[in-house]
Write a protein that binds this ligand. Structure first.
Ligand SMILES: [Mg+2]
Length: 339
């Protein structure tokens, strides 16, 4: 919160962690670091309202008075749980390997609110040892210091800043419905243009229309698209998938990835598949919707997170209960209309 004391950044040893010997913190250069904000991890809607309406002092007082009241899950909670289940499987298969997810709580909360956050983290048995309490300062320096691979926050300004700094990042919104998610497989769904790929083709579509876009994609079918802001995270998931494949766990891999794009297969699908191939990346399922709504397909997949650059698709997915994360990147930020 603005007006808080200067930033405190500490590796916090949460009390009561379960098996420290089995799960030492991996070094940032080996880990896939996922930074989440407190409002992404937990439902702090009521607390945020108190902060906005009554100010910082009342907010801190409320949090301290309720520090033994466990916070309810927020939009990134089930995704974080799923990351930790993947970690548990990796540790079984590769006990000495540090290549796994490391979750960092990146919060601009007052340090006194940390007690309630730690209590809630311990209550749910989450392994989050690194806290970064930025006290209202920009998180970018800390995100960079932790070699962050993905940053999820409820604050769209901070996410925008992170995207501009070249960090894969998305804004999370409180989910509208309670949905049951897989507890054996991490499922991550990505839009294509302006998420995994750059927005170069999206620009043709927005500026010159659908016919010119199809023509352009067919003409350039063999020219790989440039990478978009979430390509690196898809690559990170692919690296971990290969570790499961090496142990003969391809069919029941604990990680599954999905491309959910408004492109149509026949006219513009080949270019994205060939681009992925040129990067040496696999995606488990590619769904070309040819402009049809994404929400109904996402209900079938039930991803722990779905990334898209267009609010139109985010809202459509959310209405049907999908946890969607907005990637503020590319030309669509200037245009609301979408196919
Ligand atoms: Mg897109």
């Amino acid at each position: 919160m603005r007006g808080d004391p200067a930033g405190v950044c500490a590796a916090t040893g949460a009390a009561g962690r379960r098996c420290p010997a089995l799960s030492p913190q991996p070094k940032p250069q080996n880990a896939i670091t996922v930074a989440v904000s407190s409002r992404a991890l937990f439902n702090l809607v009521e607390e945020q309202r108190i902060y906005e309406e009554q100010g910082l002092e009342k907010y801190v007082e409320y949090q301290q008075n309720n520090e033994n009241v466990i916070l309810k899950p927020g939009p990134a909670f089930y995704f974080v749980k799923a990351l930790e289940r993947v970690n548990a499987r990796l540790l079984e298969l590769y006990p000495d390997d540090e290549e796994r997810f490391d979750i960092v709580l990146m919060t601009n909360n007052h340090a006194q609110v940390g007690v309630r956050l730690i209590n809630s983290i311990n209550h749910y048995g989450l392994t989050i040892e690194r806290f970064c309490m930025t006290g209202g300062e920009s998180p970018i320096g800390y995100l960079t210091a932790y070699l962050t691979n993905l940053y999820l926050s409820a604050d769209c300004d901070k996410v925008q800043e992170a995207i501009e700094a070249g960090i894969a990042s998305a804004t999370m919104f409180t989910a509208n419905k309670d949905v049951v998610y897989s507890d054996t497989q991490l499922r991550v769904a990505f839009d294509g243009d302006a998420v995994i790929f750059s927005d170069e083709s999206e620009q043709i579509f927005k500026q010159q229309g659908l016919d010119r876009f199809f023509e352009h994609e067919q003409l350039n079918e063999n020219k790989p698209l440039a990478q978009g802001p979430l390509k690196g995270f898809l690559e990170d998931l692919g690296k971990l998938q290969k570790k499961f494949y090496a142990k003969n766990e391809r069919l029941n891999c604990p990680i599954r990835t999905y491309l959910v794009t408004a492109r149509s297969a026949a006219s513009s699908g080949a270019r994205v598949l060939k681009t992925l191939r040129s990067w040496g990346l696999e995606i488990d399922e590619a769904l070309f919707l040819a402009g049809a709504p994404k929400g109904p397909v996402l209900v079938k997949i039930r991803p722990h997170i779905f990334f898209d650059d267009q609010m139109f698709h985010i809202e459509g997915a959310q209405k049907l209960g999908t946890i969607a994360a907005h990637v503020p990147y590319g030309i669509a930020q200037k245009h609301q209309k979408s196919t």
